[in-house]
Design a protein around this ligand. Structure first.
Ligand SMILES: [Zn+2]
Length: 321
């Protein structure tokens, strides 16, 4: 990384959301200790608003659990970031309006929920510009943030970086900074950084385990890894910008087990397993909340990640591009 720059220099408009913890929301030392056991610092709350790709499921199936997540955060005086697919925005505009009206940040979870590497650059650029404009029309506020479907901002989808910047996004939250089972940009910094075009990246907080980088604080990992193991691993998160994520289906304990489109039985089981644990874990993390991601961009300075130079170096050393 080179050329330190200030994050605040890239922001031209103030975030639309207000405070993230209600005044007087004092935390007990017991709940704070429980939060510290799972994460060594304040944690932002994010939701990827999408519907499960189960047979017969559509955007309506995601509405009730999304509102439960909004209620959960509101009850604790926390503002979160809701990265919303364009499909959800088109099908459930009232839901997007309500989330924003209740003081949460709205970001984009893509115009299509497929890995970025499968997209053509022109189609992606125009789709993202339209998705961003739709969210801004619905909420009346600028949309700063993007989260790639399936954390698929990887070297094979690097075209997306400049396309997002050109579309007017300030930040992305889309990179697993290392070799991973899903996504993964080996060699990417584990702290917020700037891509050379100026787009800020807030990488997924990860722990290294068996040669892979795990997003310990989110999604399936939050449900599947037992709490005592998660506590044991949590110190490895130190120094990173911490945030958690879940999907509406991660809390939907009523949904029947289904074989998801494009997934086998084991993966479908993992995406169904132990869903009741998500809000239990979020309850612990909520004792030490951080502002929504868009409001944290000014809290630090970041360096530029010269990823092209890094790739050239890897190729010169004989690694596969
Ligand atoms: Zn998603």
């Amino acid at each position: 990384m080179t050329a330190e720059t200030s994050l605040s220099g890239g922001l031209s408009r103030a975030p639309a959301y207000s405070c993230y913890v209600k005044p007087g929301a004092a935390l007990s030392s017991h709940s704070s200790a429980a939060a510290r056991a799972l994460a060594p610092g304040p944690v932002s709350f994010t939701v990827d608003v999408e519907h499960p790709p189960a047979p017969g499921a559509g955007p309506d199936e995601a509405t009730a659990p999304t509102l439960r997540l909004v209620d959960f955060l509101d009850a604790r005086g926390i503002s979160g970031t809701f990265f919303t697919t364009d499909e959800m925005a088109r099908a459930t505009p009232a839901l997007v309006r309500e989330i924003a009206a209740r003081g949460h940040e709205i970001g984009s979870h893509g115009d299509r929920h497929i890995p970025l590497a499968r997209r053509a650059v022109g189609e992606f650029a125009s789709g993202m510009a339209a998705a961003k404009a739709r969210l801004e029309d619905l909420t009346g506020s600028p949309v700063q943030g993007f989260r790639a479907p399936l954390f698929s901002l990887r070297p094979d989808a690097a075209f997306a970086i400049e396309a997002l910047h050109a579309a007017g996004f300030t930040y992305s939250s889309s990179v697993v900074p290392g070799p991973a089972w899903i996504g993964g940009w080996p060699g990417a910094p584990r702290v917020p950084f700037r891509w050379p075009c100026g787009l800020i990246e807030c990488p997924v907080p990860v722990v290294r385990l068996a040669g892979r980088f795990l997003p310990l604080l989110g999604g399936m990992y939050l449900r599947v890894i037992p709490e005592h193991d998660a506590s044991r691993l949590a110190s490895r998160l130190a120094g990173q910008m911490l945030w958690t994520y879940c999907h509406p289906y991660d809390i939907d304990t009523e949904a029947p087990l289904a074989l998801w489109r494009g997934l086998g039985l084991f993966a479908s089981l993992m995406l169904h397993y132990n869903r009741a644990a998500t809000l239990r874990r979020w309850t612990l993390l909520a004792a030490n909340p951080a502002p929504p991601l868009g409001a944290r961009l000014e809290e630090t300075t970041v360096e530029v990640f010269q990823w092209r130079a890094q790739r050239q170096g890897e190729i010169a050393r004989g690694k596969k591009p």
